[in-house]
Design a protein around this ligand. Structure first.
Ligand code: GDP
Length: 297
């Protein structure tokens, strides 16, 4: 989802000389294969959007894969990028890298000031490693590697695998299924009280390109909308967009995760960037994309 959005945004800006590989073509957890790729292709600019990702349940259930695969991908790509002279690299992380109970909105400087949320600790630790790789290759070698931490992303090309996906696509999928079957209830995990900040993936891609076109050489940058809402309100909004008006039932056997992770986006704002897509509009566009995949109808 993130990588394809960045490529669309770059194409729209007139870039065309892309070097991409699918997972089947290049397994980024394999050091020798990654190094051979960089040696052969010598890319100038790298957007590292690849990673093992998923929602609260996937993070909790696949803790070993989430930490191992993400740290291997980051270590291999960032080291080979430096070794083969990449001019600029952007590493994509996640807002879950910050301490669970830190003040809100979360400033970049709060990194490593407290314990992490347990449900996604292994993913967060791996992503912190990526931030530190970028920072330290810059400090020692002057590599122009920057790190971008988006809030919860959603949009075209998302995953709708209900066990493993994130809340926004899950609720689109569930609301649509309930509407089609005439079900009276929509099941929402947890209490509905946790607050989340959602960012349309096209806006995230725009922020990444904005940063790469700036003269910034290093650092950590939060990217988000600047506002959040409780999961209960997200569920109501999705039901409105989908056109389903059943009853919401909360499944308290499922985890809530972190209570809140609203990002402070002043650093990026100071560079002249703000998100353009309001949540309702973004959900409508995402629902349209969901419907275009005929197997969901
Ligand atoms: P998180 O931001 O890392 O916690 O990841 P998620 O996007 O998976 O979950 C965000 C919040 O939405 C959590 O409090 C979940 O319990 C809640 N939630 C409610 N219904 C669902 C659902 O159907 N799927 C998922 N993944 N989360 C849900």
């Amino acid at each position: 989802m993130a990588g394809s959005a960045i490529q669309r945004r770059l194409s729209a800006a007139g870039f065309s000389n892309f070097v991409t590989r699918s997972h089947a073509e290049l397994d980024l957890t394999q050091q020798a294969a990654v190094d051979a790729f960089f040696a052969a292709e010598k890319p100038e600019i790298v957007f590292l959007a690849a990673g093992r990702v998923g929602g609260i349940k996937a993070n909790n259930n696949f803790r070993a894969e989430f930490i191992y695969q993400n740290l291997m991908i980051e270590a291999n790509v960032i080291h080979s990028a430096w070794k083969h002279g990449v001019q600029r690299l952007l590493f994509l992380g996640s807002s879950c890298i910050y301490p669970r109970d830190c003040p809100q909105p979360i400033h970049e400087d709060y990194l490593l000031t407290g314990p992490l949320e347990q449900t996604n600790e292994s993913y967060a630790v791996a992503k912190i490693l990526g931030v530190k790789l970028c920072e330290n290759y810059h400090r020692q070698y002057g590599a122009q590697f920057i790190a971008v931490m988006p809030s919860n992303l959603y949009g075209p090309n998302d995953s709708y695998d209900l066990e493993n996906c994130h809340v926004l696509p899950a609720l689109i999928c569930k609301a649509h299924a309930a509407k089609m079957s005439g079900a009276s209830e929509l099941v929402v995990w947890g209490s509905g009280l946790p607050r989340r900040e959602f960012l349309f993936v096209e806006d995230m891609a725009d922020a990444c390109v904005h940063l790469m076109e700036s003269n910034i050489e290093s650092g950590l940058f939060n990217v988000g909308m600047g506002s959040d809402l409780p999961i209960s309100e997200l569920a109501e909004l999705i039901m409105e967009v989908v056109g389903y008006n059943g009853r919401i039932v909360y499944d308290h056997s499922q985890p809530d995760g972190t209570p809140r992770k609203l990002l402070n986006i002043n650093r990026l704002k100071g560079l002249g960037w703000t998100a353009q897509t309001q949540l309702r509009e973004g959900i409508a566009l995402t629902y349209k994309d969901f419907l275009s995949r005929t197997d969901h109808l």
